[in-house]
Design a protein around this ligand. Structure first.
Ligand code: UT7
Length: 320
């Protein structure tokens, strides 16, 4: 499998830490030192559908693939305003794709999960060209009266077009049950048989525990991936890690004894955009010519569940 097109889209509204400190008991100093985040883009007039659509269209244009030639649309999304239909179904018509689609909830690791599935579809000949869209609106899960989670997230979408090729070398995905440390519950209707109506719960997070699991599991994924492919951290040009917290990325980087330049970040500008984050980074860096042809990259992500996903690949340059 190789990536032949990339796209991303962010809401127009840019919200600074100082703006949040205007209505939450927080400060620019706290957010910056604990997370590295300075601003985030939050949906105001746009919908998630708009962002997903524009990221997908940009990816299609850069790939040179026509929408009708896409064989599968895989949509990575934790939740949007519809439980059903899927975000993938919502996008098919406006995109002009007529292919099977499904949504995948791999939390913040959803893009790596989607790439792993796409790789299998391509290897078995089930599809030849796949559009992956990772679109997330975590700002709509948070309790905006509480400072613990709302300052961390941003909304956004990214998209990749993938096809047959030799770029991706290996994946490592893991999963474990830790429901209590990071969850978002939807409301449930009462029925004649179960009269308990459940109200939606804004995102609940045990930040310290997520931090600990994130660092340990990303290190384990990367170490395993490198070892079983006969590589050392020095053989990797860039590590593109889920953009959740600069301190998480630094802990992983310090374990691997690598310089800061090998761990590019954009969370300073966008916050944690969940499964969209690595795709936004790839799109921005690829368009800026910062992903060199033949460069060996590692992608590594973690998310609620607890799930993780990492991939090893050689980048093939895209001409925009
Ligand atoms: O995609 C996965 C999503 N989640 C994550 O990636 C989160 C991973 N975890 C983290 O990034 C960090 O744990 C946080 C940034 C969430 C928190 O940083 P921390 O260094 O673990 O801080 P803490 O939770 O230990 O809290 C330290 C203090 C507490 O006050 P006390 O008890 O020491 O008085 C918090 O109440 O900071 C307080 N605090 C805040 N203060 C100002 C928590 N949130 C805020 C805030 N502004 N926004």
């Amino acid at each position: 499998m190789k990536i032949i097109g990339t796209g991303s889209a962010l809401p127009k509204e840019i919200v600074t830490n100082d703006m949040l400190a205007g209505f939450l008991d927080t400060s620019d100093a706290w957010i910056t030192t604990r997370t590295g985040i300075r601003t985030r883009h939050l949906q105001s007039h746009e919908t998630l559908r708009d962002l997903a659509l524009s990221a997908a269209q940009a990816a299609l244009v850069s790939s040179g693939v026509q929408a009708e030639d896409i064989d599968y649309l895989i949509c990575s999304n934790v939740a949007n305003s519809y439980v059903s239909p899927s975000l993938g179904s919502i996008l098919l018509g406006p995109l002009g794709c007529c292919c099977p689609t499904f949504d995948l909830n791999g939390a913040c690791a959803g893009l790596v999960y989607s790439l792993d599935i796409a790789d299998s579809f391509l290897k078995t000949g089930k599809a030849r060209k796949i559009l992956i869209v990772a679109a997330e609106e975590p700002s709509r899960f948070c309790n905006w009266h509480e400072r613990e989670t709302s300052v961390l997230f941003g909304d956004g979408a990214s998209a990749l077009v993938v096809t047959e090729g030799e770029s991706f070398v290996d994946f490592r995905l893991t999963g474990d049950t830790h429901t209590d440390i990071l969850y978002y519950k939807r409301s449930m209707e009462a029925t004649p048989y179960d009269r308990v109506e459940e109200k939606t719960t804004p995102l609940v997070m045990n930040g310290r525990e997520v931090f600990r699991l994130a660092v340990n599991s990303c290190i384990e994924d990367i170490d395993t991936l490198l070892e079983r492919n006969g590589k050392t951290p020095d053989d990797i040009e860039l590590f593109l890690v889920h953009q959740a917290n600069l301190r998480i990325i630094d802990c992983i980087r310090e374990h691997l004894e690598q310089p800061k330049e090998k761990f590019p970040t954009n969370l300073q500008n966008y916050g944690n955009t969940s499964s969209a984050s690595i795709g936004i980074l790839i799109d921005e860096m690829s368009r800026a010519g910062e992903l060199k042809d033949g460069a060996t990259l590692v992608l590594s992500a973690f998310g609620g569940g607890f799930v993780t996903g990492a991939a090893l690949l050689k980048w093939s340059q895209i001409n925009y």
